[in-house]
Design a binder for this molecule. Structure first.
Ligand code: MG
Length: 316
């Protein structure tokens, strides 16, 4: 018997998008192009379904991604892996399409204040831009997911009402979004909030593919993944080693860690396609690359199946 036999809606297989090379490295000190390429190649060999490889942002805004085109040219494209690029605006979308990406993501914040701090315009204006981006992407035969950041709360505005998020989704879906993703930008989600937002989204937009992106800023990352799995969600973002941080809380952890997520769900009978030992090895490489201890728990402790007999008398 597995966990799945007892919990009816749990998916048998999930699709993980590895966001370490983009979301992770964007929040770390810049690393050389060759090292990024090596990390993406190692990730491509782990069996992960999707990799968010780069973002096409202006190099002045995010110098860590200035080599996006070179990285994309140099990586080995692993068979069966879907690679995507994040774009901030129409110019970025045009660059990503010209580079040959077939799968793009664009972000809008559910919080108007957060959106203004990020891109200097309100949410409505960003949605107008996204409509133009979706047209350009579809004209090129590519797809584009709309990511709603601060979906569970905003560091400036606090709680974000579910209706506010659903209003954004309604517009994005009407404008042709190929999928949606909810970002827990500063780790404000809890299982209760996940069930509230995701449950309502699936009732109102049952046909919209839904991906979830959690942060472990406050230790609720895997609990939120579990809550979403029990609603039948099967698309998740995660970051190797837990690469990345929280720009609003220096020193805090960021993205939920890929190998921790894989370790948990595989034991529940949920297939990720990922070779856990290969992902742990990639996390060790990521740790060397950024030169600091990453928050991954499974990288430190090893998987529960890796037995480590020790002579430690008072260990309970
Ligand atoms: Mg993130």
């Amino acid at each position: 018997m597995t966990y799945r036999d007892h919990v009816s809606d749990l998916p048998s297989r999930i699709s993980l998008r590895e966001v370490g090379p983009r979301d992770g490295l964007q929040n770390e000190a810049p690393v050389p192009t060759g090292a990024k390429v090596a990390l993406i190649n190692a990730l491509g060999r782990t069996g992960v379904s999707r990799i968010e490889a780069v973002s096409f942002v202006h190099p002045r805004a995010i110098p860590q991604m200035a080599d996006a085109g070179e990285v994309w040219e140099q990586i080995e494209r692993a068979a069966g892996v879907r690679y995507s690029a994040l774009v901030p605006n129409l110019r970025g979308a045009e660059r990503a399409l010209a580079a040959g990406f077939g799968e793009l993501e664009v972000v809008v914040s559910a919080s108007d204040t957060h959106n203004r701090k990020n891109v200097n315009r309100g949410t409505e204006e960003s949605l107008d831009d996204i409509a133009r981006i979706l047209n350009a992407v579809h004209a090129a035969g590519a797809t584009c997911q709309v990511i709603v950041s601060t979906a569970y709360g905003c560091p400036y505005e606090g709680d974000v009402p579910v209706e506010r998020v659903l209003g954004i989704i309604k517009r994005a879906v009407a404008d042709g979004a190929d999928g949606i993703s909810y970002g827990d930008t500063t780790g404000m989600a809890t299982p209760r909030r996940v069930v509230g937002l995701v449950g309502e989204t699936r009732m109102r937009f049952p046909d919209a593919p839904l991906n979830l992106h959690f942060h472990n800023t406050r230790g609720t990352g895997l609990a939120n993944v579990l809550a979403a799995l029990q609603l039948g969600v099967s698309d998740f973002d995660a970051s190797v080693g837990g690469l990345g941080g929280c720009p609003y809380a220096p020193g805090a952890t960021g993205n939920v860690c890929t190998e921790d997520l894989v370790h948990m769900v595989e034991d529940m009978g949920v297939d990720t396609g990922v070779d856990l030992e290969a992902m742990i090895a990639a996390a060790a490489e990521a740790e060397r690359l950024v030169g600091r201890t990453l928050p991954s728990q499974v990288l430190r402790a090893g998987p529960r199946t890796r037995l480590t007999p020790m002579d430690v008398p008072a260990c309970d």
